[in-house]
Design a protein. Structure first.
Lengths: 340, 322
């Protein structure tokens, strides 16, 4: 660590990759453990958006915490460019956070109510980029233009309670992109917002990706926005990757029974009532995680809820199979798709 | 069965004029109907739900108009008469309803509190009824012996729905009952609710921000914007011929994930401040079809077949035809 940390920050090459290699995270002690991540592998490249999809408890947020270095994996490794994320601490961790930022779900609780809009954006600029107050204010104003918190003069002295939900989330995004990170982990960034303003925020994320070449890990339970926004979709169930591939492929041709269940749960007003055009409707009992029993040991994690379960599912853990563009982990997939 | 006429609710304030969250709303809910009330945050839908169940403090709020349930005007009843009517004719499930259970009482005791207060069932009858209802909401009857913290969010919300049905009310108002739950659990609960509604024949007012969800399950949908009901139609009809520009824009926000291409669309602008008087149509500033009248004259609801729309576009059409 002979270099000043700001010098080292500049040395991050433009062809960095975020790489999760067999990442596992287990919470709790022996006898009462929760597997929040199990052998997760994926990469994120510059300018790409990868969606992590799953219902609550699927381990989406755990992965966010592992990627941002808030928690360390119990197994495997997380690498970002030259950093071994799972062993970062102190100054290195701070340096890492200049490049990897986070957007949280709830814009009502992720902003300090006492800070003005301007201060919220100025702070990371001063802390991570070492700007002077006046430089930071100028930069912050231009970021406010980027996220369209405009007119700037009108918003800069406001506090969070004087902003609408959508405006708050714009501010959270502004704060996250202020020091030009390479990667932003967005954990359910629109699920607390009204449907009519969700699209605006998602378009903003897409625009930032294109204009700044920023990558996003987009965490969501919404298949529609995952498909519209991301390049790749990773479907998680109880910490396991059950399906992974190009966004269009996974969402249009879901191969894993769990992905199909998620797909059929999307409200679609134009679908005629009681009729399910594409996916197979699993029985009522298998739909609801609250009704499912504990995870089977050793076998497929989805086996207790799966309508297509066979004996092997309870003993053999399925591996991800298929083409790189679309893989899924199921022993008895009802309609395997092999679209290239 | 339920008739609401010119209901207007203003939250008064010592500073300023107060916030009028419900603005002269009229509608009725017949027996055995699943009605969805849809709107975005701050449109007054929860206020309307509270006002219907007379849960707003008359000392702090100005409430005008009438709410008539089975011939009784709720706002003219004595407190005692109103208390008797609650749970037995009208019950309410709230968004945080799952957290409204008393954490130190078993589920069955919380059910029995309600039943003891409002009926003269014996203990054995009560226990039978509880287990019957828990089964109806797809829970194991043994849940009655559990404390609330032993149940997941989805299970608690199911139990809350069972509790609302315990005395066979005529009308159940559910305010965002599934918003805190994830999509899979949400769908299974609403499917269950809709099946129960058909089977037992009570009426449901399902308040939600999610038009997509409501359209799939409701018989009739009321769309609320800025304190007013802008469109009120049978669900099938609304899907086919949504007429109000707000409803149309809202419908566009729901894309089919399986379609050839998916584009995300929203509605530009933001809803008006309910603390101020609204000139003309509240949606006019965000409406692509707005014309001069929209900014000055408030649109009155116009009958459109089996539904109603409050929009000048359709009044103009009517005038032109006559």
């Amino acid at each position: 660590m002979s270099l000043d940390y700001r010098d080292q920050a500049r040395t991050l090459s433009n062809d960095w990759v975020l790489e999760l290699n067999n990442v596992g995270k287990i919470y709790g002690k022996k006898g009462n453990v929760t597997v929040a991540a199990h052998k997760v592998n994926f990469t994120v490249e510059p300018g790409k958006i990868v969606a992590l999809v799953g219902e609550s408890g699927s381990g989406k947020s755990t992965l966010a915490r592992l990627i941002t270095g808030v928690e360390r994996p119990t197994e495997g490794s997380v690498r970002f460019g030259q950093w071994q994320v799972d062993s970062l601490s102190g100054r290195d961790l701070r340096l890492y956070r200049r490049h990897v930022q986070m957007v949280f779900q709830d814009p009502f609780s992720s902003l300090n109510p006492q800070n003005t809009v301007l201060y919220t954006i100025v702070r990371p600029l001063r802390r991570h980029l070492g700007m002077s107050e006046s430089q930071a204010i100028d930069a912050a104003k231009s970021i406010m233009e980027t996220v369209r918190l405009t007119p700037v003069e009108h918003f800069m002295h406001r506090k969070p309670h004087q902003l609408s939900g959508g405006q708050r989330q714009r501010l959270v995004i502004a704060r996250a992109i202020a020091c030009e990170p390479k990667l932003v982990v967005a954990d359910e960034p629109v699920s607390m917002l009204d449907v009519s303003i969700r699209a605006d925020i998602l378009h903003l994320i897409d625009e930032i990706r294109h204009t700044r070449n920023t990558s996003f890990v987009y965490i969501t339970h919404d298949m529609v926005s995952a498909r519209a926004l991301s390049d790749e979709v990773i479907v998680l169930y109880r910490g396991h990757v059950v399906e992974q591939g190009a966004a269009d492929e996974v969402v249009r041709h879901p191969a894993h029974p769990y992905t199909q269940l998620l797909f059929s749960s999307v409200p679609r007003p134009f679908r005629s009532r009681g009729h399910n055009s594409r996916s197979v409707e699993p029985s009522a009992a298998s739909r609801d995680s609250s009704l499912a029993s504990q995870v089977s040991t050793g076998g497929c994690p989805f086996a207790p809820r799966c309508p297509y379960v066979i004996d092997d599912c309870r003993s053999t853990a399925p591996a991800l199979v298929g083409l790189p563009s679309h893989r899924h982990a199921c022993l008895n997939s009802p309609n395997p798709t092999h679209d290239a | 069965m339920l008739e609401v006429k010119d209901l207007r609710v203003t939250y008064t304030s010592k500073r300023g004029p107060g916030v009028t969250a419900v603005r002269d709303v009229s509608f009725d809910i017949p027996d055995n109907t699943f009605v969805g009330l849809v709107g975005e945050s701050g449109c007054g839908k929860s206020t309307l739900g509270f006002a219907l169940s007379r849960l707003l403090d008359p000392a702090r709020n100005e409430i005008h108009g009438s709410v008539v349930l089975d011939g009784q005007d709720l706002y003219k009843l004595s407190d005692e008469a109103l208390r008797k009517l609650r749970w037995s004719k009208l019950s309410l499930v709230l968004q945080g309803g799952m957290n409204a259970f008393n954490p130190v009482l078993k589920i069955k005791n919380q059910f029995m509190d309600v039943m003891r207060e409002h009926s003269d069932m014996t203990k054995a009858q009560m226990l039978d009824r509880i287990s019957e209802l828990l089964k109806a909401v797809n829970l194991n009857p043994s849940v009655m012996e559990a404390y609330p913290h032993e149940l997941s969010g989805g299970m608690k919300q199911r139990a809350a729905i069972a509790l609302a049905l315990v005395l066979q009310p005529r009308l159940v108002i559910l305010d965002e009952p599934t918003t805190a739950l994830d999509v899979v659990v949400q769908r299974s609960i609403v499917t269950m609710l809709s099946a129960l509604q058909r089977q037992l024949g009570f009426s449901v007012l399902f308040v939600s921000h999610d038009l997509g969800l409501v359209l799939e399950f409701a018989d009739r949908v009321m769309v609320m914007y800025a304190g007013q009901i802008v469109e009120d139609k049978p669900a099938d009809m609304l899907i086919e011929t949504a007429e109000h520009p707000y409803t149309k824009a809202l419908l566009k926000c729901y894309a089919d994930p399986g379609a050839e291409t998916v584009t995300l669309s929203g509605i530009p602008g933001s809803p008006p401040d309910l603390g101020a008087a609204i000139q003309g149509c509240p949606f006019a500033p965000r409406c692509a079809n707005a014309f001069a009248d929209c900014r000055s004259i408030p649109p009155a609801p116009v009958d459109r077949g089996a539904g109603r729309v409050a929009c000048h576009l359709y009044r103009a059409e009517e005038v032109a035809r006559s």
